[in-house]
Design a protein around this ligand. Sequence first.
Ligand SMILES: Nc1ncnc2c1ncn2[C@@H]1O[C@H](COP(=O)(O)OP(=O)(O)O)[C@@H](O)[C@H]1O
Ligand SMILES: [Mg+2]
Length: 406
Amino acid sequence: MITAEPEHKLRALKVGARDFVSKPLDLAEVLMRVYNMLEVRLLHATTTRLYNQVLAEQLVQKQLEQAVREAKEAAEVAEREHQRALLRAVEEPLGIVAKSTAMRQVVDLANRVAKVDATVLITGESGSGKERIARLVHDGSERANGPFVAVNCGAITETLLESELFGHARGAFTGATSARPGLFEAADQGTLLLDEVGEVSPSMQVKLLRVLQEREVRRVGENTSRKVDVRILAATNRDLTLGVASGSFRQDLFYRLKVVELHLPALRERRDDVLALARVFLDDASRRMKRTITSIAPDAAEHLLRFWWPGNVRELENAMERAVALARGDRVELDDLPDELRRLDASVRVGIDGVRPLKAIEKDYILDALERNGGNQTRTAEQLEIGSATLYRKLKSYGKIGGQQD
Ligand SMILES: Nc1ncnc2c1ncn2[C@@H]1O[C@H](COP(=O)(O)OP(=O)(O)O)[C@@H](O)[C@H]1O
Ligand SMILES: [Mg+2]
């Protein structure tokens, strides 16, 4: 502050004066002006500080939100990667065995359909190698570097299956504490195998059909859809045509799935594969159990070849694993095979109890055959290559029909 003439006032402004008083000085006026000025300054400083504080808080808030969002995304990605890694680690398969003509044809067809992105329905008895073939299709396809995800549709409840397949939003149901992508999303750029697809409920069939048509999924609890790029393979040990005929399986879904069908013959229908498979499983189990079992005794091999393998390749795999664990020397002996395999032809070999009457052996064999066919006489007679009247007569003489005893 300065006392001044007009030219002085201008100069004063230039050097930053805020106010002027003229001489003669009125002390009260000077004090009042100084006071006002200080008050304005104070107010200004306070608001600036408050303003900056609010800005800073907003910034921190934004950064926090961003960090939380990033952490969530990272967790989702990590979970997906984890799922993939798990699935891949569990599924890394052994080389595929296809010595029999029947199996060679299946593998050949699988290799050819692998190249096109078509949906494939894989049929065959339980344990016959459906999942193994699905894996072959994936590995031979352009999606080989993407994930291969398999889900057993028969093993879980419908609600659980839905959220497993499609994922869910946060809070979609009790326990859904965070949003999760489903297996369709996890299989993006890869292949999804819908195993036991014959077990899927009617309402779930509708949802699957929709995904197959639209190629997009909607997480449970969300109302927008997400595009997925997934090749669908389906497997079943059921005859789906029967399901379609009885109305339990949608015909439109059936045709969508069965663009190509790969049928795996039961192991008993391709005995040429048995010993080659046994060999592969023997080597694998020996390696895993750090044992050096190098061969299979001839009589054990004979039993493997003749068994009817109701559990197919999986049963053979288990039998070999068990044998490797039990073997005393460096060879699998008949003794090391499961009971039902060893019992196989006890009745047609001369055992330690000496030679048995032919009639007794015939009876054991016929009853065994009947049991294996679940009591179906027509089929049993066909397999034994005898007339059904003959079978009937024999069963009757064994006391299995009517009251007569042998
Ligand atoms: N041709 C094959 N060569 C080698 N291993 C096989 C073959 N077929 C099946 N397996 C093995 O047998 C087991 C059962 O096969 P899997 O594909 O799970 O049967 P499914 O899905 O029909 O029940 C798996 O361990 C699989 O790797
Ligand atoms: Mg399976």
